[in-house]
Unconditional design. Structure first.
Length: 67
């Protein structure tokens, strides 16, 4: 997954595609947190980027459900 997701790309995807992307982002976040806990993570800002991507995906899913 890219570091930063484009909002327009997310809006063009279906809810099912967004849910798949959300699950992969959550898995990536788990792995990053695990590496951080064991002091194997060099770039800790990656955690912040993934958390923000998760928030973007969840926001788009919510908007699509309300529409």
């Amino acid at each position: 997954m890219k570091n930063s997701l484009n909002l327009e790309e997310l809006k063009n995807k279906s809810i099912d595609q967004l849910k798949l992307e959300l699950s992969s982002a959550k898995k990536e976040l788990f792995e990053l947190r695990l590496k951080n806990a064991t002091n194997q993570l060099e770039n800790t800002s990656k955690i912040r980027q993934v958390r923000r991507n998760i928030a973007r995906i969840e926001t788009v899913i919510t908007i699509k459900k309300k529409a």
